[in-house]
Design a protein around this ligand. Structure first.
Ligand code: PNS
Length: 163
């Protein structure tokens, strides 16, 4: 479709959380097509490979017909051009996310003037859920099942509790 509105939702998704899923569903209602793309956050040490994270996302998005799952290497601003996206979607959980996200949005627009960022707020019940915290809880034997899709909880625990 020539005038199709495409959005790119980039993230580490390591692992995908119920908060991410909430944002995916919201964004999928706003755009003709949503591409959820696994990118590299050089400040994080990955638990799952990019391929594994894409597999998790594909399972999560299997009933969302206008959502595709992909990945990108390098800069988000380049991915925006490659995927032909008109907007980048990012989730804002709390004010504490804002400063970094605001800076990243402005820097991305500086690097690529076509890179507009749209922030979506997940439900308040997900405002404290983060992949990093989920990994920490799993590592020490806590229950992560309320925070991740049910098919994934066991995989996260197995991955993090390996000797
Ligand atoms: O889920 P995350 O870890 O907050 O996602 C961060 C991600 C992957 C979107 C971000 O680190 C990213 O865009 N990485 C690609 C390299 C890049 O463009 N960095 C931003 C420069 S301002």
């Amino acid at each position: 479709m020539a005038d199709e509105k495409v959005a790119l939702y980039p993230g580490s998704f390591d692992p995908v959380t119920n908060g991410h899923i909430d944002v995916i569903v919201r964004a999928s209602r706003l755009f003709d097509r949503l591409i959820v793309a696994v990118g590299t956050n050089s400040g994080k040490k990955p638990v799952f490979t990019p391929q594994e994270r894409q597999d998790h996302l594909r399972q999560v998005c299997r009933n969302l017909p206008n959502v595709d799952v992909s990945s990108f290497n390098g800069l988000l601003t380049e991915a925006v051009t490659i995927f032909g996206a008109q907007a980048v979607v990012r989730g804002l959980r709390a004010v504490s996310d804002f400063e970094w996200e605001f800076q990243m949005a402005l820097m991305n627009r500086e690097l690529n003037s076509a890179c507009e960022t749209i922030f979506l707020m997940p439900k308040p019940e997900y405002s404290f859920v983060s992949s990093t915290m989920i990994c920490e809880i799993a590592r020490f034997g806590g229950d992560i099942s309320p925070f991740v899709p049910s098919f994934l909880a066991r995989d996260v625990v197995n991955r993090l509790q390996q000797p």
